[in-house]
Design a protein around this ligand. Sequence first.
Ligand code: 15L
Length: 275
Amino acid sequence: MTEDKSRRIVFTGAAGGIGTMTRPLLAPLYPGLVLSDRVEPADMQPGETFVRADLTRPDEVAAALEGAHSVIHLGGHSVEGSWDQILNANIIGCYNVFEEARKAGVKRLIFASSNHAVGFYPRKRRIGTDVTVRPDSRYGVSKAFGESLGALYSDKHGMAVTCLRIGNVGPRPLDVRRLSIWISPEDIVQLFRIGLEHPDIRFEILYGVSDNAASWWDNSRAHKLGYRPSGKGEDHRAHAEAEQVKIGPDPVGDLFQGGTFTSAEFTNDVRRAGP
Ligand code: 15L
């Protein structure tokens, strides 16, 4: 992975949770990172610049992406929300990012998809990245939409698109479900680097997950592209189990990979859901 490090990389959603955790790791690797969000991040790193943009405004997105070679698109609504919130931030906003990126001649785009695009798969099933989507929320639908946009812009315009179905990023797994889907900030930065630099990328869906013994996902494609995660969820099992006791049972959410995103607003019979 040896491409020109001086090319312009724009990071949307830079002030959010994942942006805040990863930017200190990215700054030395990619000097001159251009950050974008609705608010300026409090902790600007040396060499970073900021361009304010509301993703629902194509003109502001275009200004942020001007001259960009690559985009890390993490911006948008990061959990379930009303249809209005999801429509604006994650459907219209995501379209604006892909379309303005195309117009700006962007070569590579990393899209922050989510495990919630496939959240209705049962926990007892191991899935790859080629399964039919089974979104567990309006949020999950918006992530499946973003993956579809990625396929379109890759096939039609030759953009090298990497969709990361991210589990949960943090210093350690927060509960028992996260023992399966947790990813460390260092490991997600490895996946960003693959998306930004690997010569074979055309359109990829990869799971954003560390080396977790309890994982539900076959991430062999990521490994083939050189991903070598160092985080191990099992190292934090005692902490996750102690936290789980405080949360208590969720008769629907505990069956499915998406957890509480599946049980919220659920009116089905569990035997009919998530085949
Ligand atoms: C996500 O996609 C969310 O962005 C994050 O806040 C967590 O809820 C995560 O999924 C999860 O499933 O734990």
